[in-house]
Design a protein around this ligand. Sequence first.
Ligand SMILES: NC(=O)c1ccc[n+]([C@@H]2O[C@H](COP(=O)([O-])OP(=O)(O)OC[C@H]3O[C@@H](n4cnc5c(N)ncnc54)[C@H](OP(=O)(O)O)[C@@H]3O)[C@@H](O)[C@H]2O)c1
Length: 378
Amino acid sequence: MVAHARLPRLAHANIPASMNSHEIPTQRGASQMNQSHSYEAAMTRALELALRGPAFGVNPQVGAVILNPAGEIVAEGWHEGAGTAHAEVMALQNASQFFDEDGRLPSGYTAVVTLEPCNHTGRTGPCAEALIRAGVSRVVYAVSDPGQESSGGAATLTAAGIEVIGGVKAEAAAAQGRVWLTATRLQRPFVTLKWAASLDGRAAAEDGTSKWISGPESRADSHERRSRVDAILVGTRTVVADDPELTARKPDGSLYEHQPMRVVLGETELPNEKRVFNDDAPSVHFRTRSIHGALAELFQRGIRHVWVEGGPKVASKFARLGLVDEFIVYQAPLLIGGDRTAIRNLDIATMSDAIQLEFVEVKRLGNDIFIRATRKEA
Ligand SMILES: NC(=O)c1ccc[n+]([C@@H]2O[C@H](COP(=O)([O-])OP(=O)(O)OC[C@H]3O[C@@H](n4cnc5c(N)ncnc54)[C@H](OP(=O)(O)O)[C@@H]3O)[C@@H](O)[C@H]2O)c1
């Protein structure tokens, strides 16, 4: 396992004394309430730490903190990506000053983790075992691990006599970890469908041109989001019409460190000179129209988040198949008219069959409006 010693050990950090679970009055109800507040505060910190890991790749972003018997955060950890120590292991390493000579924590220490500790030996050992070996008294986690191989950590911990509390800040953790959780549960990549459209919902003009529909702030936002996904997918006609590079670029034109794989879908042969096939990032052309097949192949290759950039035909097909987990729309104050709508036929004959969405995030971006929406739960 990789050792992480970069974090200063924290003494008495972050949780206000008023939230401290062990300074709580004797009354049982009040004690339980304050204890859960304390775990929530610790989980909030663990969720912040999780974001230090990469958003892309096969492994989840996970954060962890260790609480001493007084309920204070004494060590922190997070997962830095496949092949590196898991968050709980990094946090335990950063708590090593509190270990006795047998390498165990004294009684009363709690590990607070954003994801149920894993139970399997991947490239690193099972976290449940590491927590048992370290002698923690209690493990608090936010969301269960949906992985076929990695789940079951809570049961292992309980069987070892450790108190386990699940579901603390579960909603926030599920929202933050939605890409990995969804991909792992469904065994296919999480799909974000993105488009830029005029106020009247057009994605291109009559002649097929669609460059510069949205403004510079929207484009910068979209490129930054590209730098956090595993793959960008378009249909062959977008490559023919726009010759896009599909790289993730900063406003000064330089490339982000992480470049997603560029995926072109469709049977049309494309010349190698198309910019999507340049050396700036990996590319693959799937000469098929099978979206399920393409997603299965991408999942197999370790892709967990696909960012679909259109065009309208491919976008509509993803939506029609119910394969879009999140919609991102940049809506610009333009009217274009005509029939080049961002989404085409969805085979919806009547309003009651409309795909119901809900807005998760809406904000101004320069002159445009940014919308993030998901499918409404039935
Ligand atoms: N505003 C925006 O955000 C935005 C984004 C992208 C593109 N655009 C504009 O959109 C236009 C191109 O869009 P488009 O709708 O004509 O084409 P498209 O969606 O880019 O590509 C359509 C092609 O993809 C292939 N394909 C693969 N799987 C498919 C499936 N399951 N269903 C349907 N097609 C599949 C087919 O080509 P094969 O015959 O090769 O199999 C199909 O003709 C351009 O004008 C471009 O400028 C706008």
